[in-house]
Design a binder for this molecule. Structure first.
Ligand SMILES: Nc1nc2c(ncn2[C@@H]2O[C@H](COP(=O)(O)OP(=O)(O)OP(=O)(O)O)[C@@H](O)[C@H]2O)c(=O)[nH]1
Ligand SMILES: [K+]
Ligand SMILES: [Mg+2]
Length: 431
């Protein structure tokens, strides 16, 4: 029999309330052992929680969810206890003493929800993202993927592919017979071609998902003493980086995460880029160049009126030229923007500019949320491409099956053969 599992589902203790969740075949018995007769399901009732000796542990709200109408799809009980470490420890001890019960492993409730068909993989991952979300956009993306149409989109694509395959296979089977229309296949391949474009378009938005989840990466680069670390500190509003008038102060890459208009933006302060014999500084410069290449946006800092920088900016990130120490110079048009960290001049404008840029990265629609999704989407796309370019009809059909299977792996739900049954029941070839 499946173990019955329990764990704290709410946050760190102490807290006003601690929600302890019990799930599995013995959940109801276990809860009854602690609180006596259980309330009617889905009705919160106050009960006294006692240990096996009858000693009172706490008073708690008890909520019963009977299978399958629960988060995990199993019998579930929630105890809303007072959120103290000692209360929770005492309840854990009481539960541990019951046969067939054990503490849940990380993610085990959600895993059971998946196994019992309550959520697919995309929804389960998105739920984890939602719980971990810190910015408004991370929340929105997670909600979109958890309860929006992400899974339905992949399911629909798999369905279209499977239908196309069924039609192609039908043509193979009935090729010699007169009663099958000569070329449904032109139409089928045109539709597969449309689908290919849709998948590619969706894949092209993978970057947006990555930026929302992992942050929009802004590299602060430039020659030594340009004021890079001063800018990082000004943005962070605290002394994160060491600032001195010695050129070559920063060596390690330092970063600060900011929430700008609901987006996670990660600023990286780097070593001033220059030729140097100093081994440590040279490593710093190498890291600075690395950071530059991986950035979504580069802030190229330079003191106004100083000699133009001597290094090439590589990578495909957009570059903003920022003139620094505006308090000591007059504004020059050679820069996209001029700032002074001393007076704060231009900093709001810089922030606004970055906000505008990061907002352009996601329009709020469905985008691949994770590397795992991107992997299978690319796999599906390759299969579709091979199907479109192939010559042997049976090989082409097999590629269509491969593509549908890849899509099915994203949600972990789409059983291609099952889909085939659904589709075949809708048409009447060979009837
Ligand atoms: N007047 C003025 N001085 C500034 C400003 N920003 C930075 N400085 C000064 O310029 C010097 C270098 O500043 P940093 O922030 O350390 O420059 P950096 O680009 O990080 O330098 P490295 O890490 O050595 O590459 C320090 O003495 C700062 O006080 C500014 O806006 N106005
Ligand atoms: K410096
Ligand atoms: Mg510095």
């Amino acid at each position: 029999m499946t173990d019955t599992i329990y764990a704290l589902s709410s946050g760190a203790l102490p807290a006003g309330v601690a929600v302890l969740r019990i799930s599995g075949p013995k959940a109801l018995d276990a809860a009854a052992a602690l609180v006596g007769p259980l309330p009617e399901q889905r009705k919160a009732v106050l009960r006294t929680v006692r240990d096996a000796q009858g000693q009172m542990i706490d008073q708690a709200l008890v909520l019963v969810f009977q299978a399958p109408a629960s988060f995990t799809g199993e019998d579930c009980v929630e105890l809303h206890l007072h959120g103290s470490r000692a209360v929770v420890a005492a309840v854990y001890r009481a539960l541990e003493a019951l046969p067939g019960l054990r503490l849940a492993e990380a993610g085990e409730f959600t895993r059971r929800a998946f196994e019992n068909g309550k959520r697919d993989l995309v929804e389960a991952e998105a739920l984890a993202d939602l719980v971990a979300s810190e910015t408004e956009m991370q929340r929105r993306l997670a909600v979109e993927q958890s309860f929006g149409g992400q899974s339905a989109l992949y399911m629909e694509w798999a369905q279209r592919l499977t239908k196309a395959r069924a039609l192609i296979e039908a043509e193979l089977d009935f090729a010699d017979e007169e009663d099958v229309p000569g070329s449904v296949s032109d139409q089928v391949w045109a539709e597969v071609g449309d689908l290919y474009l849709e998948v590619e378009q969706h894949l092209a938005e993978a970057k947006a998902g990555e930026i929302i989840r992992d942050g929009y990466k802004v590299a602060i680069v430039g020659p030594p003493n340009a004021g890079k670390s001063s800018l990082l500190n000004a943005l962070a509003k605290r002394d994160v980086a060491i600032v001195t008038d010695i050129a070559g102060t920063t060596r390690d890459v330092l970063h600060v995460d900011l929430d700008i208009d609901g987006y996670l933006v990660r600023f990286f302060d780097t070593a001033g880029i220059r030729e140097t014999d100093d081994v440590v500084e040279r490593e710093g410069v190498r890291r600075a160049k690395d950071t530059l290449e991986q950035a979504d946006l580069v802030l190229l800092l330079q003191e106004i009126d100083s000699d133009p920088q001597q290094f090439a900016v590589t990578g495909d990130a957009e570059v903003l030229k920022v003139g620094t120490k505006l308090d000591q110079h007059v504004h020059r048009t050679a820069y996209d923007l001029c700032i002074s960290t001393k007076t704060g001049d231009g900093l709001d404008k810089l922030r606004d500019l970055i906000a505008t840029k990061v907002k352009q990265t996601w329009s709020g629609g469905l985008v691949p949320g994770r590397q795992r999704h991107v992997h299978y989407l690319k796999e599906a796309s390759h299969f579709i491409q091979d199907a479109l370019n192939g010559t042997e009809l049976d090989v082409r059909a097999e590629n269509l099956r491969g593509a549908a299977t890849s899509l099915g792996r994203i949600t972990g739900r789409v059983d291609v053969e099952e889909l085939l049954g659904v589709i075949f029941s809708q048409f009447c070839i060979g009837k």
